[in-house]
Design a protein around this ligand. Sequence first.
Ligand SMILES: Nc1ncnc2c1ncn2[C@@H]1O[C@H](COP(=O)(O)OP(=O)(O)OP(=O)(O)O)[C@@H](O)[C@H]1O
Length: 462
Amino acid sequence: MSLPTPQGKQSRVIYLPARGHQVVLGTAGTGKTVMAIFRAAHLSNPATPGFGRTLLATYNRTLVTYLNYLSPAQQANLTIETFGRFGRGYLHSRSKMRQRGIADAFQRRALIQQALTEVASGYKPHTFFDRDIGWFEDELAWIDGSGILTKTDYRAVKRRGRQTALHDSLREVVWKVREQYRHARTDKGLEYDWHDLASTVLTELRSDSSERRYRHVVIDEGQDLSPQELRSLAAAADPDGSVTFFGDYAQQIYGQDMSWRSCGLTVRAVEEFKDNYRNSTQIARVAIALSEMPQLRGAITDLVEPVAPTAAGPPPTLVQCADEEREIAVTQVRAKVLGAVGKVAVLARTWDDARRACRGLPYISLNTEMGVWHERPGIYCGAYHSAKGLEFDAVILPFCGGARMPHPETVAAFGPDEAATRESKLLYVGITRARSDLLITYSGELSSLLPTTAGLFATVRA
Ligand SMILES: Nc1ncnc2c1ncn2[C@@H]1O[C@H](COP(=O)(O)OP(=O)(O)OP(=O)(O)O)[C@@H](O)[C@H]1O
């Protein structure tokens, strides 16, 4: 795989000082991942003054597979891994991690549900307890990801990103659920889950005066790591080394006014990438129109239409179908055609829907078990969130009717406004994965989250 030649600001970012903290921001397709790889290769190269062992960290395993594929050559000094793997390995090296000591997502959900039922039994019936379990999972993840360790701090903190503040008495309840959940989890021999691992990693690193394994840490897709994970990574780098954060801050889920300093980074200036090298002009226009819709206004800034060398492409197509079976048929016909000559991703809001759209097709699943990244033509299938950071020649997004987008579970958990913002960010990820072809299908009403500006799409009925 040959990486593109860095242009303009990109080259500068690779050669930023090998000491201190650096932040590089840019919207989709501006070359952050590629430059993160160049930067990590540079810092781990013995020819670089101040070189040293370098960790290139990101948030999911599919992305690690992709980064490994893109990396010019396996270098002895370079480790590419997820935050979770780094954290688990570090705690293991400090005798703070036993085999199978981390609750997986299913165990976590079941234990939170059980804790919620137990706590609710001590109160009079209240609609708060009827909230979707996803809301409680998300709130606990936010508490741990933010590094909130006491009830007092939780009650005092302003919950960013949430449109309606949670009443103090309800925070009391959430805290009880959290404590109950953690007791039940510990009773099962599960010391951690993937959300609270970072707090122990950070505490351990702060008291660990031994030499750091990594002189440099480079973080890709940093907006998807929690503040506590970022603090841990900053603490994991040698004080004489460097930390370089690449991310799309505009899409950060932990709130936009989270300061770098509070994430453990001391940053003097922020580098920004503005040129989109991935999407055709037509696809970028759809993404821009989406970012300007009320539910995302202000959340995604400075998105720009691509500059050369990206060519113009065919108009994105919006297909109105009689029903979902018809959507599947259209998706499959187009996936076969596009997948014969390039990489096509069929992405849906949930894994179930993605698999349903691809049933019977020969496809490669974008799941975290994907051990090898393929650059050959074919059909790739996954949920929107599994495609973060990746790119394809063509993207098909089935099931974009109003009944499925926003996802009803998200609406139930967070209410219509917050759900619209969250779900639009996922749509934004899906749309911006496409280099040249984009096809969206729906049945019933079109999702209100999608832009309908005249001329954005070629519209077809099937
Ligand atoms: N200077 C360049 N010249 C040509 N192509 C480039 C250049 N920089 C990046 N690209 C290409 O643009 C595409 C997007 O790059 P990359 O995946 O690094 O972007 P990103 O900012 O990480 O995007 P996202 O945040 O959406 O995942 C890739 O195909 C990459 O090879």
